[in-house]
Design a protein around this ligand. Structure first.
Ligand SMILES: Cc1cc2nc3c(=O)[nH]c(=O)nc-3n(C[C@H](O)[C@H](O)[C@H](O)COP(=O)(O)OP(=O)(O)OC[C@H]3O[C@@H](n4cnc5c(N)ncnc54)[C@H](O)[C@@H]3O)c2cc1C
Length: 334
């Protein structure tokens, strides 16, 4: 046993002094997908991924709205559109190949007032330009899709879906490890030392040399860049999503995803709320004061935002914000 122990120490020290080909910071979906794809493309490369938390997808990836976005909102021909459209397809293919929970439930974008019709029409044209199937619905057809929603017109986008991104991340971590990558939890990057052609990652679990470092630190990626002596022009502005869940006996109020027509005055907040089949969430986004905060905001603060419809059927007096109102005789206006 002592010899085996010595051998282990020796091989460990050799392993740590030989640079990894790629070191990835961050075990969210971007870092894990990067590790997986690098392993597919360069099967012989030595890969390291470090994550400071004790589980994968502990931040944005595991707390987001869980939507597979179609790419309908983005400018035709832009890189964002190309990646969103291709990404939605490849995400569905990945889920089918690896048994990840998802559902292409589709979504409706609802014009609640006639003055929203030009923006709905522009979205319809954008969908066509982006190669995304979107069908115009009359008020009657909208009601057939979503019996508790009223609007003057709507667009139905069947390729939008819901997904468990935490499960996607865990699957990517398993596949990455099976491909031979070294994935380490509870390993926080503290510093980056550059020497010649390589860098050394100083972490809470020791030092790791690497030829290439890939920063996938999410909301911390600007700080990680700064550790490496880089000052990016882009600045991270954190946004916070707030979610409210329908009680199980009222989930039949909503069949799929429901969105208002985006408001051009608030480009970041274009999706005021959505309801998800099965989970029935009602998110809204607003600027956050800290990078990471999962604390609940007091309802009294929320009530200051106009106009609200409070559902008696929502647990813990949860609410829906926006001008496309879910109609139900049990709703109560404030
Ligand atoms: C409110 C909201 C809702 C959203 N809804 C959707 C949606 O429905 N669909 C969709 O496709 N996208 C959605 N997004 C966007 C999506 O969630 C993010 O684009 C995606 O999760 C980003 O993944 P990431 O890996 O870059 O970041 P993260 O998931 O935040 O991962 C970064 C990781 O880096 C780790 N890290 C940071 N610093 C260090 C360090 N020093 N050492 C080691 N590890 C470190 C963190 O612990 C973290 O786990 C939403 C975003 C928000 C804010």
């Amino acid at each position: 046993m002592p010899i085996a122990g010595k051998r282990t120490e020796a091989s460990k020290s050799k392993r740590l002094s030989t640079p990894y080909d790629y070191a990835i910071i961050g075990g969210g979906i971007v870092g894990l997908a990067t590790a997986y794809q690098l392993g597919q493309t360069y099967p012989k490369a030595r890969l390291l991924l470090i994550e400071k938390e004790s589980d994968w997808a502990a931040h944005q990836t595991g707390h987001n709205s869980g939507v597979i976005h179609s790419g309908i909102y983005y400018k035709p021909g832009s890189a964002k559109t190309r990646m969103a459209v291709a990404g939605a397809r490849s995400m569905v293919a990945f889920c089918e190949a690896h048994g990840v929970t998802h559902e292409l439930c589709g979504k409706v974008i609802v014009a609640a007032h006639p003055d929203e019709l030009p923006r709905l029409e522009a979205l319809e044209q954008r969908a066509a330009a982006n190669g995304i199937l979107a069908r115009r619905l009359t008020p009657k057809q909208l009601q057939e899709h979503e019996p508790h929603v009223r609007g003057v017109a709507a667009l139905h986008v069947p390729s939008t879906g819901i997904i468990d991104y935490k499960q996607v991340a865990q699957t990517l971590a398993r596949l990455g490890t099976e491909q031979g990558a070294e994935l380490r939890l509870q390993t926080k990057l503290l510093g980056i030392v550059k020497k010649g052609d390589s860098v050394t990652l100083q972490t809470t679990q020791g030092d790791f040399p690497a030829r290439f470092l890939i920063n996938c630190g999410g909301l911390y990626s600007d700080r990680i860049a700064a550790l490496g002596g880089v000052s990016p022009r882009a600045k991270i502005i954190p946004f916070r999503g707030e979610y409210y869940e329908l009680i199980p006996e009222r989930r039949s109020l909503v069949r799929g995803l429901i969105y208002p027509v985006p408001n051009p005055s608030f480009p970041f907040l274009g999706r005021g709320y959505a309801a998800e089949t099965g989970f029935q969430m009602e998110p809204r986004t607003k600027p956050a004061q800290k990078s990471i905060s999962y604390a609940l905001v007091k309802l009294s603060k929320l009530l200051l935002s106009p106009p609200l419809t409070i559902f008696k059927s929502i647990r813990y007096t949860r609410f829906v914000e926006g001008n496309c109102v879910l109609t139900d005789h049990k709703t109560q206006k404030v």
